[in-house]
Design a protein. Structure first.
Length: 214
């Protein structure tokens, strides 16, 4: 069983981790680069650093673009990890034409606590957390006592096929196919046992718009 998520133990990178201007002059912003193409370009770079690419967003900011890349790993990512990933991705982007000739800023960060749990690794990294997830239509007929159409509890176990949730002393195993996107619940006054959680650096709760793509 993997330990609880250490998302709060590493400060979240904010702002320009590695701002890159593609040219000295800001041209009129044209069509935005394709996020899927950028993800395919950057994913091997991220995997080579033992991280996972969790999302790519491109947005317009005046006459320049902002490329936001979200990365994560078991145990979380540190500011050093973010800086390394930013440097390696910059090198890859410089050697490609995906971002075009217009100025842009590259921002690399880890996903926030509000990131939806959609992959087995997301559930694994949220071990020990209180979560809630909608039951898919084919599973809605099952009444688990947590309210119609939803599953809620603390993650006490997981596998590649499903997750175990505990609530009020009762445990139940769900297959991932039964669950829609899960959400970690904010628990005021609840702290993990990890000593790293005492770190009071510039931790951030995450972007509310994580997972959305332009």
């Amino acid at each position: 069983m993997h330990g609880g998520s250490r998302r709060g133990s590493h400060p979240r990178a904010k702002g320009k981790v590695n701002g890159r201007e593609a040219g000295p002059r800001a041209a009129q912003t044209g069509p935005l680069p394709d996020s899927d193409r950028l993800a395919r370009l950057l994913e091997p770079v991220v995997h080579a650093m033992d991280m996972d690419l969790e999302g790519v967003r491109v947005s317009a900011a005046g006459r320049r673009r902002v490329l936001r890349v979200f990365v994560d790993a078991d145990g979380g990512v540190s500011l050093d990890d973010i800086a390394l990933a930013s440097r390696e991705m910059s090198i890859k982007l410089d050697s490609s034409a995906e971002m075009g000739d217009q100025p842009y800023t590259l921002e690399v960060s880890s996903p926030g606590v509000d990131r939806p749990l959609t992959q087995p690794r997301h559930w694994r990294r949220a071990a020990g957390r209180l979560v809630v997830a909608p039951l898919r239509a084919e599973a809605n007929g099952q009444n688990d006592g947590n309210g119609a159409g939803s599953a809620e509890g603390r993650i006490t176990g997981w596998s590649e096929h499903g997750v175990i949730l505990e609530r009020d002393g009762v445990t139940r195993e769900y297959q991932y196919a039964e669950l829609g996107p899960g959400r970690v619940q904010v628990e005021f006054g609840h702290f993990d046992d990890s000593p790293d959680d005492a770190d009071t650096g510039d931790a951030d709760s995450g972007d509310d718009d994580f997972g959305e793509e332009d």
